[in-house]
Each structure stands twice: as C-alpha cells, then as structure tokens.
Design a protein around this ligand. Structure first.
Ligand code: PLP
Length: 440
C-alpha cells in the first residue's frame, strides 16, 4: 500500500518499538519482492533478517499469493471445532513428514507465542492424563518464548517480564549458555561447558524432585537474545537427564524450524529428538500468521485417550486454528521448500555466510562478538551510551543505508533468506560494515 503522508501515524500503537521516535522519523515498507524491500521514500533495502526470520522463500512468492487468492474464492472461514476443511489436514501431514519420526501430530495456532502457550497446556494435559502432578517448568536465562503469559513465564529476558507479574508459578531457570570469554568461535559451538551447563537440570531434579518437573523448554539455538548456539553436548545432555526423570523436552523452533539450521528442524541438526516442537514464522513464509505445535505420537494418544469417547479431549483451540488462508499459504510453502530445494540451499550457504561475516566484520573496532549457527548470526557491538542505545541507532541508520536487520539490544541478528545468493550475503555484510564505519 502506498504511503499517504497526510495520514497520521498516531493511532497505531506499535509493538516492541520506540513509538515516539518512529512516528517522528517513520521507516515504512511499501513493497517487497524476493530479497528486497522498498521504503516509502523510494529506496531499496536488502532484507538481512528474512523479516523476523519469517520469509526464507523471498517476499511475495507468486505461488503463495496465488494459493491464498484462490482459497479466498473457495471458502474464507470454517469453524475449526468439531468441523474442518481439507487444507489443515493436508498441511499437518506435510509438516509431520519433515519432523522426527515419532512426531506425527500437529496442533495449529496463529503465532509462535500461541504455540508456546499451547505446548505448555499439552504438557499439563499429558501429565494430568497420566495421573501425575508435575507443577514445575524449566526454562533458561536469556530465553525468548513469545509474549503470552505462559511464554512470559518462561522468558529469560528481563525487559520482557519484569513488569508483567501474573506469571505461571514454579518456573526454574537453567543458566544461559553464553561464555563471554569465548568469542568469534569458528563453527559457532563452544567445545566447553555443554554438559556442565545442562547438568543444571540434574541439580534441579535433585533439589526439587525430577518427578515434579513437567517439561524443559529450550530454543535449540537461543535466537531473539542475539543468537547463542548451544555448546557441544548440551542438548544431548538435556535429553539424557529428561529421559532419566521422565521430563518432557520441548524445543521451541519458532526461528529454527523449516530449514534455518540447514536441516528441516534443529532437532535433526543436533540429532536430539525432543518430545514437543513449537514452530511458526517460516511455516507460511511469514505471509499469513500461523503457528503449530507437534508432539510425539504417544503424547497425543495419552491425551486423546484419556477422556470418554464422544467427548472433547483437549479443551484448547483458537477461532483461527488452521485458518483456510494460513493453510493455503502453508501448503504452498511446503511445496516451495521441496520444489526449490530450500533446505539444501540453506545448508549450502551456511559455510559461506560464516566466512563472509568473519572476514568482513571480525576485527572492526565496534564489533564485540560474532556467533553463527546455521543461517543465523548474532553480531554483537560494543555498547555505548547505555545498553541497547548503539544497537537501536544502528538499526535505524542501516534502514536508510539499505539494509533491514533485526536488533535486540546491541545484538544484530542477521538471517538471510534461503533464496539469497553469495552476492547477497556479501552485500549484507558490506552494507552492515558501511553503517558501522559511518557511526565511528
Ligand atoms: N518462540 C521463539 C523461539 C521466538 O523466536 C518467537 C519470536 O521470535 C516466539 C516464540 C514468538 O513468536 P510470535 O512473535 O509469532 O508470537
């Protein structure tokens, strides 16, 4: 939509934004195609973060546009409770084929946040069906699990939780996995401390009783905090301890799902099978809001089998669960992933991406660390003028220098689209560096 400068920007309360600063100096995108965005002043930007890690197949993919447009002429809404439409069943089937083998059941939501809260409720329903009371959840410092009250309770990022008091009780935090003495790690994953950090869970089990812990939620690679790859052995050790105490392991793959690690899910990249996986974002290439939660078959069977036949088994769902437009976009996206070999393209680009970042940015006086996991990298700058000040300023300036990048505090999170070429990666790094140089 074209920008009408006579319209006031005041009415829209923007999420996670400096509303006052933005409204004085707006940065609006009015068109997008492939790896590019176009701003309201006519400038072209490269998308350095795939939107918010949403659009690996490129913006305005014609196949998705056509599928959604067609869907809008067939049926636009179907009640999802005790009724349905073919699109959601087809999509669940397609997703389950990409998941670890024992995971063949998918519950639809409308976002990553809803997926996390849904996963928490599946966990509660599972333990209830098993006749066990497990009142505690485990999460991790620096975790991001969305903004609904369940996800906020699991949040390890202070600003996302400190004023929001109505959180779920009984959440315990593993230590985060960032070791500031180890920076610019080649290959992204530290050789140290993986088992020791995961053993925090063992200590909790010893202190509170493993049979009181319902589930552990982790992002396999912590994303929104600034990309923290897990140290070697960490996820494996978590799996081992979960098995020992019967604790469910939940991977929040809202960012890592659908190819960002060079495999369909991070579970495959790290060869660790969780019990539940949350996903969203790339599921529809970011085109229509949609999330999903996949669980191991026996979790589904336990919950569904626990109530009398003929009655609703799980009292949870959204008006827009499995919305026809989202399913049309999701089904088209699953086909695009296959036809355009997107996961392999992501895998092929990863080594080049890492080299380009290290060669192009390491050693710059403003850069504190670069952490690469798959096709995602946290590029941390030295703070100046208070935490997050420099990052926020850089994000704004980069926009006008032709690069769209997501920042969290002083961490840029660079995450190219899977359709990006090596030249695009070079361009992202070049534009990033140019803005840093201008700020010196
Ligand atoms: N979980 C993780 C790991 C995420 O990275 C995000 C968003 O970035 C969410 C949950 C929340 O997703 P949404 O913003 O779609 O609610």
């Amino acid at each position: 939509m074209a920008y009408d400068a006579t319209n006031s920007l005041e009415a829209h309360w923007m999420p996670f934004s400096d509303n006052r600063g933005f409204k004085e100096d707006p940065r609006l995108v009015v068109r997008a195609e492939g790896v590019h965005l176009y701003d309201h002043r006519g400038g072209q930007l490269l998308d350095g973060s795939s939107g918010l890690f949403c659009s690996p197949a490129g913006h305005c993919h014609p196949k998705i546009a056509e599928a959604v447009a067609k869907q809008m002429t067939e049926y636009t809404y179907v009640m999802p409770f005790q009724a349905g439409h073919p699109g959601s069943f087809k999509l669940a089937e397609k997703i389950s084929r990409m998941l670890p083998e024992q995971m063949n059941h998918v519950f639809f939501t409308n976002s990553g946040s809803e997926s996390v809260d849904t996963a928490m409720k599946i966990v509660m329903a599972y333990w209830n069906a098993r006749g066990e009371t497990r009142p505690r959840f485990v999460s991790r410092e620096r975790a991001y699990h969305g903004v609904n009250i369940g996800g906020v309770s699991l949040s390890g990022m202070v600003k996302n939780r400190d004023i929001f008091h109505a959180t779920v009780p009984g959440v315990m935090m593993l230590r985060h996995t960032y070791d500031p003495s180890e920076t610019f790690i080649p290959g992204g994953h530290s050789e140290h401390n993986g088992v020791e950090l995961a053993n925090d869970l063992e200590r909790m089990a010893q202190t509170y009783g493993g049979n009181n812990i319902a589930a552990v939620f982790v992002e396999p690679v912590a994303g929104s905090t600034g990309a923290l790859p897990p140290p070697k052995g960490y996820l494996q050790q978590l799996r081992k301890i979960c098995d020992q105490y019967g604790i469910l392991l939940v991977f929040d793959e809202v960012i890592t799902g659908f190819g960002r690690m060079g495999t369909a899910f991070a579970a495959q990249k790290y060869d660790v099978e969780p019990d539940i996986i949350t996903m969203a974002k790339a599921l529809t290439n970011g085109s229509i809001p949609m999330g999903a939660v996949a669980c191991r078959d026996d979790i589904y069977e336990t919950v569904v089998g626990s109530s009398k036949r003929g009655l609703t088994e799980f009292f949870h769902g959204y008006t827009y669960s499995g919305h026809p437009a989202a399913c049309a976009a999701g089904n088209a996206m699953m086909e695009i992933i296959e036809e355009e070999d997107l996961i392999q393209r992501s895998a092929d680009l990863i080594p080049y991406f890492e080299d380009a970042l290290m060669d192009g940015l390491k050693g710059h006086e403003m850069i504190k660390d670069i952490r690469v996991a798959g096709l995602m990298a946290g590029v941390e700058v030295h703070a100046e003028g208070g935490p997050g000040m420099r990052g926020t300023e850089l994000q704004k300036r980069m926009f006008w220098d032709g690069l769209s990048v997501k920042f969290t505090g002083d961490n840029a999170i660079i995450a190219p689209q899977f359709i990006a070429t090596r030249d695009h990666v070079d361009e992202i790094v070049g534009r990033f560096r140019k803005t840093l140089d201008h700020m010196l």
